[in-house]
Design a protein around this ligand. Structure first.
Ligand code: 5GP
Length: 190
């Protein structure tokens, strides 16, 4: 999506550890008009698919998921982080490694919000090593719901997550795929 690529070039900052900081429009302040256009693009890409629910993980996925849910006229569910270590029978959970914070945490979704009859579109802000997305996919699989695919805002194509998830047969639609970024702030797209 050219508009998103241009915005990343204009406002993105490359930080040590191959982290792209996009706090001015995605991860802290949010450009809702841009989110709306991104949601419309995912709606176009997944227009042939039956979708009954959007699934994301807090916090940065929530804004994108809400705009997407509005396009598809379905609810949005977000996986919560670290509510409890004493996991109840009534939740699906997955262990996720945080790329940016270098720690592990649990993500959980109440079982009542993911049903076998659901058709799920997962939405998230970044795809790097794939831990967050694989965790969400695992919960969808455990629920017996159908996974329509994943819509990602920014995929870092030089990290393995995208390939890992696509190898599982999951359709991944990333609106911007970064091929390369360096410490001088040069960013190239696939
Ligand atoms: P993964 O689980 O694929 O390794 O990383 C995905 C999650 O890590 C995203 O949901 C996002 O919160 C965070 N993340 C990974 N790489 C970046 C990055 O370069 N910039 C930012 N802002 N977040 C990232």
């Amino acid at each position: 999506m050219i508009l998103l690529e241009e915005r990343i070039r204009k406002d993105g900052e490359v930080k040590p550890g191959q982290v792209l900081k996009v706090n001015s429009f995605l991860n802290h302040q949010m450009d809702i008009e841009l989110f709306s256009l991104m949601a419309k693009e995912w709606k176009r890409l997944f227009s042939g698919e039956k979708i009954t629910k959007i699934l994301t993980v807090e916090a940065s996925g929530i804004g994108l998921a809400c705009l997407c849910a509005q396009e598809f006229h379905v609810p949005a569910v977000f996986a919560k982080k670290n509510l409890t270590n004493n996991l109840a029978d009534s939740v699906y959970w997955a262990r996720v490694v945080s790329y940016t914070h270098h720690r592990e945490y649990n993500i959980i979704v109440e079982k009542s919000f993911l049903k076998p009859e659901d058709h799920i579109l997962i939405i998230d802000d970044f795809l790097a090593n794939g831990s967050a997305l694989l965790g969400l996919i695992g919960m969808v699989e455990a629920s017996g719901a159908t996974l329509a695919g994943a819509g990602i805002a920014i995929e870092k194509g030089f990290q393995p997550g995208g390939e890992l998830v696509r190898q599982k047969g999951v359709r991944v639609e990333s609106l911007a795929i970064i091929e390369n970024m360096d410490d001088f702030g040069n960013i190239s797209f696939r």
